[in-house]
Design a protein around this ligand. Structure first.
Ligand SMILES: Cc1cc2nc3c(=O)[nH]c(=O)nc-3n(C[C@H](O)[C@H](O)[C@H](O)COP(=O)(O)O)c2cc1C
Length: 168
């Protein structure tokens, strides 16, 4: 499968089988996040694997979008480490974490697994629930597992290129 085919094939999976994800697959997903590009190569991404029953139960108090997945990744960045853009003072840690999460999501799809990027949660609640320090900033949750559904209508609904692209 070409990269473009993989990007087209990936969809948000919101229903999973109970089957556990094998550790070698988890390792590959984490490796995809590890090699992601980051600002100044500061590698501010911090990834928490939610695999134990206890961690997954806690996830239900963090977001309604847990989908009873057998596995989830909490993708964060460390604001003590991330690059601050001097032109606008923007903390680029959100970008670091987002690129890492995207790499992971695509690796998940390549492994025949499913996931959804979940942003609907209060980062303070996530920090408190998982005892994270204040400088560890959650950006995305990726519930993941063996898919029990196909792509939704949303996946097949994209604007024509002309709406989002302009040659200047
Ligand atoms: C930043 C971001 C936040 C999102 N948050 C949620 C969420 O909280 N819950 C959810 O079910 N899907 C969430 N999604 C998934 C989008 O709804 C989904 O990617 C979009 O509808 C396109 O569908 P597709 O991923 O199947 O192609 C989020 C996606 C992004 C990029």
């Amino acid at each position: 499968m070409s990269f473009l085919e993989l990007a087209q094939k990936r969809y948000s999976c919101r229903k999973f089988s109970d089957k556990a994800v094998e550790q070698d697959k988890i390792d590959k997903i984490l490796e995809a996040g590890r090699v992601a590009p980051t600002a100044v190569n500061f590698q501010s991404q911090r990834i928490f694997v939610l695999k134990s029953k206890e961690s997954l139960e806690k996830l239900k108090t963090v977001t309604q979008y847990h989908f009873d997945a057998p596995l989830a990744f909490l993708v964060c960045y460390d604001s003590n480490v991330s690059w601050k853009n001097p032109f606008n003072n923007i903390d680029e840690g959100v970008v670091d974490a987002s690129i890492a999460a995207t790499h992971m999501m695509l690796e998940i799809a390549d492994l025949g697994l499913g996931s959804t990027w979940v942003g609907y949660f209060d980062l303070k609640v996530a920090q408190k629930t998982y005892n994270l320090e204040n400088n560890i900033i959650p950006v995305a949750i990726l519930p993941a597992g063996y898919p029990n559904m196909g792509a939704s209508n949303m996946h097949n609904s994209r604007f024509e290129l002309a709406k989002t692209v302009k040659y200047l």
